[in-house]
Design a binder for this molecule. Structure first.
Ligand SMILES: Cc1cc2nc3c(=O)[nH]c(=O)nc-3n(C[C@H](O)[C@H](O)[C@H](O)COP(=O)(O)O)c2cc1C
Length: 420
């Protein structure tokens, strides 16, 4: 059962009681306002990178409209005084059906970045999927989370040895599942970033998993020195950031080693691998005993293939509309995928989840859990760790109240009968 301190009704009471004493919530409750306030606080580059999507951003819009097409049909007089939002995933029990999607380069909005998110997630026992493009090495975030659940998200690079090293580090720092993101074997055509001609990785941001990796360090030793370019003010600024971002002390020592520049160059040349095929998954299976989930699945046949290739779960995702403009929304893709999977493996879903009702609808359509993406980044932007915690508490309260008010006492009662 839901502990009274975390129940939706108590969260409501806390907000209203604080308001009576003149204290407003530290982050807006309204998801639209949350986005707007966070966007206003971000740099132009961060705003473009975080809020932006591919092409004309039609996928971002359809991720929302698809959720709105489904309607919940609340049922009455069902004694919902005791409500249980807990779920089971890979034999682990979690208090809510929420996880945190992997989101890279969080240093663009807050210096504590992934560490702040990890602490917030741990305080609520919500699993956090570490990004391959994080701003902090996975070991640092894991140690800030104590024993709380974390998973690791992998981008499959051109170096198999590096892939194996990331997975081995993830196991060593207590990650309990590996999520392989399949939809980003190349970067999508991201209009806002292209207009600003800005990619954070070029400044050495979001490559902490690489620069902290022994295999990547070995690859750097073989890297060619950087080609000379005409020095401009902008280039100089970028180089300074790049050197500062590189681990270790002593600006000039790092500069003279040439490593910060080599690291960015090496990263750019190996980070993605468009040649990947289904048969490559065997390599991963051989390198870990952890459950493996494929992220980016949108077609029922790919969901079937995931099962055929021995995968343990899938995440239906279109990367928050950042990869294929005009792609099917995740909520539209879910029913057919759920039918194809027929409960054989868990289905998770992200992209466009903005409130408790979205989570309810996804569960009713056959998902086992949902992942929260951009909204926690907005909380981080506005108020660091506390901002993330507040956003997550609001999601939990909203979901728990929606579930109870719809006449469901627990997750198993959220069936396809509850929506049209
Ligand atoms: C700024 C940003 C960075 C992201 N970085 C990653 C990443 O490193 N790895 C990954 O698998 N997905 C990444 N994603 C995609 C998210 O995991 C998730 O699929 C997406 O945010 C869901 O959409 P929503 O935030 O609109 O709900 C990123 C998304 C954003 C917005």
């Amino acid at each position: 059962m839901i502990a009274s301190s975390t129940s939706g009704a108590n969260r409501q009471k806390e907000i209203y009681t604080d308001g009576f004493a003149g204290k407003l919530p530290i982050v807006p409750i309204d998801p639209q306002k949350l986005e707007e306030q966070a966007a206003a606080k971000m740099t132009t580059q961060a705003r473009g990178y975080i809020l932006g999507g591919a092409g004309q951003e039609s996928t971002i819009r359809s991720n929302r409209t698809a959720f709105e097409k489904y309607k919940i049909i609340p049922r009455m007089l069902r004694n919902v005084s005791e409500r249980d939002t807990s779920i089971q995933l890979f034999s682990q029990k979690y208090p809510t059906p929420f996880l945190l999607s992997p989101i890279g380069v969080l240093e663009m909005v807050h210096p504590e970045a992934d560490v702040a998110v990890g602490k917030a997630a741990a305080s609520l026992n919500i699993p956090y999927i570490f990004s391959n493009q994080s701003s902090k090495p996975m070991e640092e975030v894991a140690s800030a989370m104590c024993s709380s659940a974390r998973w690791f998200q992998l981008y499959w690079s051109k170096s198999q040895e590096l892939v194996a090293s990331f997975v081995q580090r993830a196991e060593a720092c207590g990650c309990s599942a590996i999520v392989v993101t399949l939809d980003t074997t190349m970067l999508g055509w991201r209009t806002r970033d292209l207009d600003l001609a800005y990619l954070p990785f070029m400044e050495g941001r979001g490559i902490a998993q690489y620069t902290s990796d022994p295999v990547f360090q070995k690859l750097l030793e073989q890297a060619e020195p950087a080609a000379n370019r005409q020095l401009t003010f902008q280039l100089l600024r970028g180089l300074i950031t790049m050197v500062n971002k590189y681990p270790g002390n002593g600006f000039f020592t790092k500069l003279k080693s040439g490593k910060p520049i080599k690291a960015v160059q090496k990263f750019v040349s190996i980070y993605s691998n468009p040649a990947l095929t289904w048969s490559d998954l065997k390599f991963l299976r051989q390198h870990t005993k952890l459950p493996i989930l494929l992220k980016g699945i949108l077609h029922p046949d790919d969901a079937r293939m995931a099962i055929d290739y021995g995968m343990d779960g899938i995440i239906i995702s279109n990367h928050g509309g950042r990869q294929v403009d005009g792609s099917i929304s995740t909520c539209e893709a879910l029913p057919k995928i759920a039918q194809a999977v027929a409960s054989r493996i868990p289905i998770l879903l992200d992209s466009g989840v903005r409130g408790g009702a979205d989570a309810f609808k996804a569960l009713a359509l056959g998902a086992s859990a949902v992942c929260i993406g951009r909204p926690y980044v907005y909380g981080l932007t506005l108020a660091g760790q506390n901002g993330v915690t507040e956003v997550l508490r609001n999601f939990m309260a909203d979901f728990e109240l929606t579930m109870g008010l719809a006449g469901c006492k627990n997750i198993s009662e959220i069936t396809s009968d509850t929506i049209v």
